[in-house]
Ligand binder design. Structure first.
Ligand code: CP
Ligand code: NVA
Length: 313
């Protein structure tokens, strides 16, 4: 049995298998062919933080695959009142076939997985957001013809907070071997453990990952420019300070003009215009951004079907 807790556990070959499956299922879905790959599967979806895309895409996804999604907000279940995560894991996993969790610390997710009898999927933690990266990868393939065989042809620039999204880009690049320039303000760098891991994986993949503090240097020659909110869920108290510290890191027209002429712009959403991205850049690239959002549905269907193959049932 496999879990999907972070991309660290996944090889390039496995990531490609999931993406290939996602494209097959996307094509079928677009033709309104809904094959019951996961007939009667029950997916529990535990949310300790808010969500629009993750909730809708997992719930619609499992339904389209012939299964059923159960939305569990920590506000409503005993977990939110202090029932231990390991007890919650043993109970829920005795009744369902797969679990998706959005939570705070990565260790909460790991603890759940340790006690779970069924595959557990990371629906975002403070450390990483791997399902989002599957959708982003699909979008890079669609718009920029990202090639697993020639990853060096693609350069991605991530501008902003060294958060769960940034960490996930770093691991994806190090696994697949594309070039990645990360520009964060001082004091908001990538997690050290993630950096170490990336260095280790890059030895094999030959990924070139640059950790910078200058957004202008980072976007040079970029095929893909991406960013994320300056204030992630759980950081609301730091909002004022963060807005000050992130001045100069907005992806605006001028910054985009330094990337390749045909560069695309991605954003995992929700986006805060006037902060990490300007209104005009956002609207000019709405096509890519909303295809990226839709790809959450297809990517996660591919992932769930892939994970189910490993289950002894
Ligand atoms: N990108 C993303 O995960 O969005 P939600 O927070 O709406 O799920
Ligand atoms: N970094 C953001 C991503 C939201 C999808 C957060 O954690 O709030």
């Amino acid at each position: 049995m496999r879990h999907f807790l972070w991309l660290i556990d996944y090889s390039k070959k496995e990531i490609k298998e999931i993406i290939d499956l996602a494209f097959i299922i996307k094509k079928e879905t677009k033709a309104r062919i809904f094959k019951p790959y996961l007939k009667n599967y029950q997916l529990a979806m535990i949310f300790e933080k808010s969500s629009t895309r993750t909730r809708v895409s997992f719930e619609v996804g499992i339904n389209q695959l012939g299964g059923n999604g159960i939305f569990l907000s920590s506000r409503d279940i005993q977990l939110g009142r202090g029932e231990p995560i390991k007890d919650t894991a043993r109970v829920i996993s005795s009744m369902v076939d797969m679990v998706m969790i959005r939570t705070f610390g990565q260790e909460r997710l790991a603890e759940f997985a340790k006690y779970s009898k069924v595959p557990v999927i990371n629906g975002l933690t403070d450390l990483c957001h791997p399902v989002q990266l599957l959708a982003d990868l699909m979008t890079m393939i669609e718009f920029k013809k990202f090639d697993f065989e020639n990853p060096k042809k693609t350069t991605v620039a991530y501008i902003g907070d060294g958060n769960n999204m940034a960490n996930s880009w770093v691991i994806l690049a190090s696994k697949l071997g594309f070039n990645l320039n990360i520009a964060t303000p001082k004091g908001y760098e990538i997690d050290e453990f993630i950096k170490e891991k990336a260095l280790e994986f890059s030895k094999e993949s030959k990924a070139e990952i640059k950790f910078l503090h200058d957004p202008r240097e980072a976007v040079k020659n970029a095929d893909v420019v991406t960013t994320d909110t300056w204030v992630s869920m759980g950081q609301e108290d730091e909002k004022e300070k963060r807005i000050k510290d992130f001045q100069g890191f907005q992806v605006d027209k001028e910054l985009m003009s330094l990337a390749k002429k045909d560069a695309i712009f991605l954003h995992c959403l929700p986006a805060y215009r006037g902060y990490e991205v300007s209104e005009d850049v956002f609207e000019e690239h709405a096509k890519e951004i909303f295809q990226e959002a839709e790809n959450r549905l297809h990517a996660q269907k591919g992932l769930m079907v892939w994970l189910a193959k490993w289950q002894n049932r």
